[in-house]
Design a protein around this ligand. Structure first.
Ligand code: ACO
Length: 331
């Protein structure tokens, strides 16, 4: 059954920003024992944008957010809420949401962060939809933003080749017509929290010489476990969410999966019997931008005409937690 909100929700605009500095696979071979061939074959990634010295997540978030607001034709002062999904905030507090609120002068808006691994953007979009659908807010800016390169061990080839930096943004508002949110579902599997973790520097392991020596301030990932988990869980999950909306898999016009690994995306498409042309894939250029990835693909899908008004688009993500979630939009 299609979701029923008291107030219908519309997608009003999208935006994105990536830092200028591009790091190719060949450049990585100077840092760790790897090769362009290995990275392309195992992940599909060719290059990624990386924050330069002094650049931080809130700057990327504000730039992507402003682009989405311009596309939506609304000013920051009209916003009721800003929700930023990130795993690499400038600092623990203040959050990126309040920093962006101050930077763009969204004087009436509340602002906060959502931290749910790479799935954070889908979580944030669902929360924003519920906030508008209930009548609580009228205009919400949702951003996924990362400078995860700062949290990666650049001597660990298992992780450093995967990630990239950037931000994507979506503006949601009250619809004058149909409700754009056809279905949404969020999951967490906290018992698998050790699959992807950033253990150091906070309450469990406050920063000290020993934690720094142990490298606790870097992303730790059991890549192979994540790979197997996602392949097992996501295809049936996606089918369930489609069923909730009364849709067949073939009714979805465009698929946007978390841009972690091309092999994962291809595997899921195969299991769903969906042709690769229906999937928006841009991880070749950006790598895994974590909570930004799905929004980058959504924005580029619009920008290059692969997604048009009226299309049914399914956004699916997974990440640290383990978390996973999906939302179907009729754009
Ligand atoms: N270059 C060369 N060799 C490498 C590299 C590298 N960059 N990285 C690992 N290897 C080696 C390994 O050491 C291993 O060598 P060994 O057999 O001698 O031990 C070999 O390659 C195979 O390693 P696997 O881990 O089995 O490789 P796999 O094919 O699984 O690919 C990868 C690894 C790309 C990490 C994959 O498992 C993956 O993408 N997993 C999912 C990660 C993910 O989706 N994360 C999303 C969430 S992230 C978030 O929420 C923040």
């Amino acid at each position: 059954m299609t979701l029923k909100f008291a107030v219908p929700v519309a997608l009003l605009g999208t935006g994105m920003y990536v830092p200028e500095r591009v790091v190719t696979n060949d450049e990585l071979t100077k840092m760790v024992e790897t090769s362009d061939e290995w990275i392309i074959e195992r992940t599909g990634i060719k290059e990624r944008h990386i924050a330069s010295e002094g650049e931080v997540t809130s700057q990327f978030a504000a730039k992507a957010g402003m682009e989405a607001l311009r596309a939506a034709g609304i000013t920051p002062e009209e916003l009721d809420m800003i929700i930023v999904a990130t795993n690499s905030p400038d600092m623990l507090f203040p959050g990126v949401g309040p920093l962006v609120q101050g930077m763009i002068k969204a004087t009436k808006a509340g602002a906060c962060d959502v931290q749910a691994g790479c799935t954070g953007c889908v979580y944030a979009l669902v929360l924003a939809s519920a906030g508008i659908g209930s009548g609580l807010w009228k205009k919400v800016l949702v951003i996924g933003a990362e400078a995860l390169s700062r949290l990666v061990d650049w001597t660990d080839r298992n992780t450093c080749v995967l990630f990239g930096d950037g931000a994507g943004a979506v503006v949601l508002g009250v619809s004058e017509g149909k409700n754009a949110v056809l279905a949404a579902e969020l999951h967490a599997d906290g018992e698998k929290g050790d699959y992807i973790a950033f253990p150091g520097g906070l309450a469990a392991r406050p920063a000290n010489h020993a934690s720094v020596d142990a490298g606790d301030h870097f992303v730790k990932m059991k890549g192979n476990e994540v790979f197997k988990y996602v392949n097992k869980v996501i295809p049936s999950f996606v089918k369930d969410v489609c069923e909730q909306a009364g849709l067949d898999i073939s009714d979805i016009d465009a698929w946007i999966f978390h841009q972690a690994n091309l092999r994962i995306i291809e595997g899921i498409l195969r299991r769903l019997n969906v042709s690769e042309e229906k999937a928006i894939v841009n991880l070749q250029k950006y790598g895994n931008t974590s909570a930004a990835s799905v929004f980058l693909a959504l924005h580029e899908g619009f920008a290059d005409g692969r997604i048009s008004r009226g299309d049914k688009v399914m956004l699916v993500s997974f990440g640290a937690g383990m978390t996973y979630g999906a939302i179907i939009l009729e754009i």
